[in-house]
Every structure is written in C-alpha cells, then in structure tokens.
Design a protein around this ligand. Structure first.
Ligand SMILES: NC(=O)c1ccc[n+]([C@@H]2O[C@H](COP(=O)([O-])OP(=O)(O)OC[C@H]3O[C@@H](n4cnc5c(N)ncnc54)[C@H](O)[C@@H]3O)[C@@H](O)[C@H]2O)c1
Length: 348
C-alpha cells in the first residue's frame, strides 16, 4: 500500500519562528518495514530540465533531456545477524541502527548514497526532496528493492523553505527522534554563464539552495541532536568546484556556492565538536549523473575526461563508500575535513 499523510500545522518554539503561528504542511510518503507490496505511483518523473545560456548579452533557452541514473535494482540491507558475525573493524564501518536523512535523496548522488547507507545497516531512511513526483517514486522503489525490511520515508522539503524544513524535522523527531546522520546532497548547478551576464535572480536562487539550504537543514539537525544530547555526523556534498575553477564552462555562482559550503562545513565542525557532532564535506569531481548524462554535453565531457587522470567521469555510486565512512563511527576522529573525490582531476 502506498500511504500518504499530511503533517498538521503546529506552533513552533525557536526564536526565529516566534512570530509564526503555524508550520506549513509537508507532503509525505511513509513505508514501514511491515508495509506490504507497493506499486510505484503513476507519476511522470522529471525528464526535462530547462537550461539558460548567456553569450554576448544574449540569452538562449534550451531543454536538456534528463537521462536515467544507473542504479542497480536490488538493495540488500545489512541484517543484525550478519552484523553480529562481522569483525570489530567492519562493524565500526557500518551504520547499524542509525537513522539517516538524505536531502536531494530522490535522485542522483543522494539517492545512490541513501541506498548505500541502507546496505551499511541504516535502521530508518528519510528522503527530503523538493520534487514530489521523484520523491514518491524513489521511496516506493526503495521500499520494493529493500524487500520492505526497513522504514522508508519521503518528505517534500524544499531546503530553501524554513517552514518546510522545520515541519519536516518535526515529523522526523516525532517518529524517529534526532537522526544520527544527515547527508546534504540537494543542489543545483548553473553553468555556461559568464559572470558579466549572470542574472541576479538566478544567482540568489542557486545560493539559496546550495548554501543557505545546506545551512538550514544542518542547523535543524544540529539543534535536534543537541536537544537530545546525542552525537551525530553531518555530511555536506560540496564539489571540487569549491576549490578549483572548472574549465571550459563559466559557472562563478556554483563555484562560489560550493566554496561557501566547504567553509560552512569547517565552521560547523569547529563550533559543534563540543556536542559530539562531526561535520565533513565530500567534494566530487565530474560525476556521471542524470544531469550530465545527455548528448548536449558530450563535447564538454570529452574535455573534462581529458583533464582527469583516470580519463572518466565518476559513476553515480563512486561516492558511496566515502559517504558511509564519514557517516559511520569508523571516522570518529574526522571532523572539518573536505575530501576531494575526483579521479585525480585536481592534481593537474
Ligand atoms: N553531478 C556532478 O557532476 C556533481 C559534481 C560535484 C558535486 N555535485 C553535487 O552533488 C549534489 C547532487 O548532485 P546530482 O548530480 O545528484 O544532482 P541531481 O539533480 O541528479 O539530484 C539533485 C536532487 O536535489 C533535489 N533538489 C534540487 N533542489 C532542491 C531543493 N531546493 N530542495 C530540496 N531538494 C532539491 C532534486 O530534486 C534532485 O532530486 C549537488 O549538491 C551537486 O552540486 C554534483
């Protein structure tokens, strides 16, 4: 059964919300471990993305056809019995018993990391995403592919929307308590836009999603962990673009946003170490996700590959091992790190 309910508006207590009488409603799809077979909802996933390119003061609008992410169809959750037989080192690398939130978890890198976290033992998986259709489908798929063995939850949360973030967190807290792990993967990219013609509204939108959104969700999870006096691991998916300038495409805003995310991660790590909350960044190079997997980008992809020592883009699941490590207790002494994972691109 595909279950959906709506979270009711309630009063909030944080200083920034005092003036607000109620929280907005957040659409939700919940799958418990006991929910029986489900049929993915009949919805049309996002197949096209509008692109604006600016050249010599001219704006050209085009449509990119979004390809499919290459996910394996089966997700094998780590069971307690198998965990019990594992050596201590492997146990510390697992996420056994942990509750995990992944923003941008409906698609791409976030979705792949969510799958890896389940295989590493996560007890509850919560996806936050702004795209309702994709979120519904992804949660239903994960429920099927895990054999309905762990609770999967999708909450329609746009990370720019303070009210939705608060409502989403409230729902998570009521059901699961403070999450052990937050992975911030929600993000967008504008590229092939020279700085001199960059539209200010587009600039603000990108910074709002990539930087302010990462801050707002991290703040909500940080507060929840502090309130429960519980340790946690927050992971920010930044980009190598936060440390280098990409070539040949111009993308000053994206690069600036990711540099901001890296510095945000370091700052939160320093502030929150005393609460047992670790914060680390993953900085991927070029990844072969749906957005890059389109013929229109073939020429640029050739250049990207030629500048990468491994001569390839990263596969969608190439971040999974690192994400699980950073989420797990095996990285207990790691905080404030920014790990670049790019097939060697930043070596040259
Ligand atoms: N693909 C790459 O080459 C690459 C490289 C470096 C870094 N990254 C970063 O990795 C992250 C994931 O990228 P991806 O390639 O998987 O992209 P993607 O477009 O495939 O997935 C991004 C997900 O985020 C969601 N999202 C977008 N805006 C949102 C918002 N305001 N609130 C909530 N959810 C929102 C989308 O609906 C989508 O499900 C991004 O932060 C991106 O900047 C990607």
């Amino acid at each position: 059964m595909f279950a959906r309910s709506v979270i009711r508006a309630t009063k909030v207590a944080t200083p920034s919300q005092i003036a607000r009488a109620s929280l907005p409603k957040v659409a939700r799809a919940s799958f418990t471990a006991s929910t029986k077979r489900c049929t993915p909802p009949e919805v049309i996933a996002e197949k096209e993305v509008l692109q604006s390119s600016y050249s010599g003061g001219e704006v050209q609008r085009s449509t990119i056809i979004v390809g499919e992410d290459a996910h394996s169809s089966k997700v094998s959750p780590l069971t307690q019995n198998v965990y019990n037989t594992m050596p201590k080192t492997m146990q510390s690398l697992s996420l056994m018993g942990k509750t995990v939130i992944v923003t941008g978890g409906a698609r791409g890198l976030g979705n792949s990391i969510a799958r890896a976290c389940i295989e590493a033992g996560a007890k509850n998986m919560i996806l936050f995403d702004a795209n309702q259709d994709l979120g519904d489908i992804s949660a239903a798929e994960l429920h099927e592919q895990t054999g309905s063995t762990i609770p999967i939850e999708f909450l329609k949360v746009d990370v720019r929307d303070a009210g939705a973030v608060e409502s989403g967190m409230k729902a998570v807290l009521e059901k699961y308590g403070a999450p052990d792990v937050l992975i911030n993967s929600a993000g967008i990219a504008d590229s092939n836009i020279p700085a001199e013609t960059y539209d200010l509204e587009m600039w603000r939108r990108l910074i709002d999603i990539n930087l302010t959104g990462s801050f707002m969700v991290s703040q909500a999870v940080g507060r929840a962990l502090m309130a429960e006096n519980k340790p946690g691991s927050i992971i920010l998916v930044a980009s190598m673009s936060g440390s280098i300038v990409n070539y040949p495409q111009e993308q000053s805003c994206y690069n600036a946003s990711k540099a901001g995310v890296i510095q945000l991660g370091k700052s939160l790590a320093a502030e929150w170490a005393k609460y047992g909350i670790r914060v680390n960044c993953i900085s991927p190079g070029y990844m072969d996700t749906a957005l890059n997997n389109v013929p229109a980008l073939d020429a640029q992809k050739k250049i990207w590959k030629s500048l990468t020592p491994q001569k390839r883009l990263g596969a969608v699941d190439d971040l999974n091992g690192l994400a699980v490590l950073l989420a797990s207790d095996a990285s207990a002494f790691m905080t404030g790190s920014n790990v670049i994972i790019d097939g060697g691109y930043t070596l040259y």
